[in-house]
Write a protein that binds this ligand. Structure first.
Ligand code: FE2
Ligand code: FE2
Length: 168
């Protein structure tokens, strides 16, 4: 009787694959955490009548992105990894810092599209790497990718409206 997994990504001879997947998942985890921070900021700061739609949308997204972070964290643990502590965090989302004017909604919309595009790019990378290696991680990331594509599409629609009026 063995206590070790003998097939699949948890088996002992798949350690190298696991480590690479954990690295990809850790980056994804931090991206989600930073997105939560940025979306909280940008769901509070904007001013103006037209800001309200963005605020409501980002408020809902905060919860969704938080759920993604937890999902990535859980998968890291399932693969025998350790979810990193806050001292390992390094911010990257320069494009989602508060604008000069809090009525500058186009700045926020473009920042959100940039964040979602970054996530979409990285998650496609994970989906490619896990192909034939780890179907469970792949399945999870495919579902998360759809959420990000929905977010991106929604904000592209917001931007379209501003573009049509010559404001973006
Ligand atoms: Fe997310
Ligand atoms: Fe998202």
């Amino acid at each position: 009787m063995t206590t070790e997994a003998t097939s699949g990504i948890l088996s002992s001879d798949r350690r190298e694959d696991r480590e690479q997947i954990i690295e990809l998942l850790t980056k994804a985890y931090w991206m989600e955490i930073e997105t939560v921070m940025s979306y909280i900021t940008n769901s509070i700061n904007p001013d103006g009548v037209r800001a309200q739609e963005i605020i409501e949308s980002l408020k809902a997204d905060v919860q969704e992105e938080l759920g993604h972070a937890v999902a990535f964290g859980n998968r890291i643990k399932e693969l025998y990894g350790v979810v990193p502590g806050s001292l390992d965090f390094a911010a990257e989302q320069s494009y989602l810092q508060p604008p000069e004017e809090q009525t500058d909604i186009v700045h926020v919309i473009k920042g959100v599209i940039a964040a979602e595009s970054g996530a979409i790019e990285h998650y496609n990378k994970i989906i490619e790497f896990t192909e034939g290696r780890d179907p469970v991680t792949q399945d999870m990331v495919i579902a998360i990718l759809r959420d990000e594509e929905q977010h991106r599409r929604l904000f592209e629609g917001f931007l379209r409206e501003y573009k049509a009026e010559g404001l973006a």
